[in-house]
Design a protein around this ligand. Structure first.
Ligand code: LLP
Length: 422
């Protein structure tokens, strides 16, 4: 396991989190390379009899060392901006393993991606498709594209991370697909290659996938029958990880489902897991600043806040919280674990059962490897956390803390404001 206790102290693989805090300070994200590799391997093993490529969704955690870890283990990249394509390339992902999604791609982004000769554009609207064709023609190349289908399926997950319902902004209605492919086929510069689908994130039941995949595969077969030369099905990501109420979505049953649905269908498969590969491979390591007791509550005030990890404030997401060292196992209590930000929503968890803790003690927020560091902000001008990668008994700072002085380094004061008052 990636995060376990050794002599009472929580470790990331073979490295004690106390040693990391001493060396690198807090708050800091700590990732286990081994955990990422083994999650990817689980998917690769389960799908070994199918022609599947796992394009890691960089939006979950785009740190170059994280992407390199997964790329070295055979992953491609699912990207949503030219910036993410640049990251994927910088981390060593081959262009032919990169797919590019996103509802509003700019001309510059599409030109950049065309120059890189990436595997596929996942197109989300007719105007975008036509624009892509124009740009490709200007560059005298062909743009390989998949249409992102909106299957109108509720994934049963949090409203803010559901993407496959008819009223969501993503994809095109599946009824319109035939007509749009016909347009794509007769438009020079465009090369129809596949269908794309992604219905949401943190989905823990197989049922929504079964419905959405079946619908999309039915459409794929029909389009092919009508002469659209499709060769690839990109079935997206969204595979849930463990929460107090949900079991993680297992790779085996998912592979069985896909094998059944694609039986006899000669086509390449792409999946875009983000969270499933990295969430449980990361923790946010933070120090206790104060323990404040009122007659109603005990607040554990830590040095990480909603600026470091926004998921609890934004989605009401649950992250397990644990003490790095249990000093006194006879004194446990209920704490509200809160950050230093001046907002009432800066709460990581209420009524968490934790051992007695004092100033300077270390605490971790678990399952913080996905959508943690990437969503961190400069709010309240607090340093953005450092990121540390552990691999066996080695560790390295893979992103240094972004200090407030660096945060305002590219701000400037116009001359007309004159000298500072006083
Ligand atoms: N593919 C597409 C087209 C996506 O939009 C997403 C995620 C993924 C793949 C990866 O999904 P995953 O396997 O990670 O579930 N910030 C939110 C999650 C937003 C997900 C957005 N799209 C959170 O912290 O829960």
């Amino acid at each position: 396991m990636s995060f376990e206790r050794c002599l009472g102290v929580l470790h990331a693989e073979d490295v004690s989190l106390e040693a990391i805090a001493r060396a690198c300070g807090t708050p800091a994200y700590v990732y286990s390379a081994g955990a990422m590799r083994s999650r990817l391997r689980e998917f690769q093993e389960a799908f070994k009899d199918l022609p599947a490529l796992f394009c890691y969704a960089l939006k979950a955690n785009g740190n170059l060392a994280v992407v390199r870890t997964l790329a070295n283990a055979g992953a491609g990249a699912d990207t949503v901006s030219a910036g993410e394509i640049q990251r994927a390339l910088a981390a060593g992902v081959p262009p032919r393993r990169i797919v590019f999604a996103g509802v509003a791609k700019t001309d510059e982004e599409m030109r950049f991606a065309l120059r890189q000769n990436i595997l596929q554009f996942n197109v989300e609207s007719v105007p975008e498709l036509l624009r892509l064709g124009e740009l490709a023609r200007d560059m005298e190349v062909e743009a390989p594209f998949a249409l992102r289908i909106n299957p109108d399926i509720a994934a049963g997950t949090h409203d803010k991370i559901s993407t496959g319902r008819a009223h969501d902004k993503f994809g095109i209605p599946y009824r319109d697909a035939a007509e749009i492919f016909a347009l794509g086929q007769r438009t020079p510069g465009l090369k129809p290659e596949g269908l794309h689908l992604h219905i949401g994130s943190q989905i823990s039941s197989l049922e929504p996938f079964a419905q959405a995949y079946a619908k999309t595969i039915g459409l794929f077969t029909e389009l092919r029958r009508n002469g659209v030369p499709l060769k690839r099905l990109d079935l997206g990501g969204g595979f849930g990880v463990r929460t107090p109420d949900e079991e993680p979505l297992a790779a085996g049953p998912l592979a069985d489902l896909v094998a059944g649905l694609t039986l006899g269908l000669d086509c390449e498969l792409i999946f875009e897991p983000g969270r499933a590969l990295v969430a449980e491979a990361g923790v946010l390591l933070t120090s206790v600043l104060y323990v404040k007791k009122t007659d109603q509550r005990s607040f554990l005030m830590v040095d990480a806040g909603m600026n470091s990890l926004i998921r609890p404030a934004l989605y009401g997401a649950h992250h397990d919280i644990a003490a790095v060292r249990v000093k006194d196992s006879s004194h446990f209590g209920l704490y509200d674990v809160v950050g230093p930000i001046c907002e009432s929503s800066d709460v990581f968890g209420r009524d968490r059962y934790l051992p007695a803790l004092d100033r300077g003690d270390l605490v971790v927020l678990m399952s913080a490897g996905a959508y943690g560091a990437v969503m961190a902000s400069d709010y309240n001008s607090r340093a953005r956390p450092a990121e540390i990668l552990v691999d066996g008994d080695r560790f390295a700072v893979v992103k240094s803390r972004v200090e407030p002085t660096e945060q305002y380094a590219n701000e400037s004061i116009p001359d007309w404001l004159g000298d500072a008052a006083g």
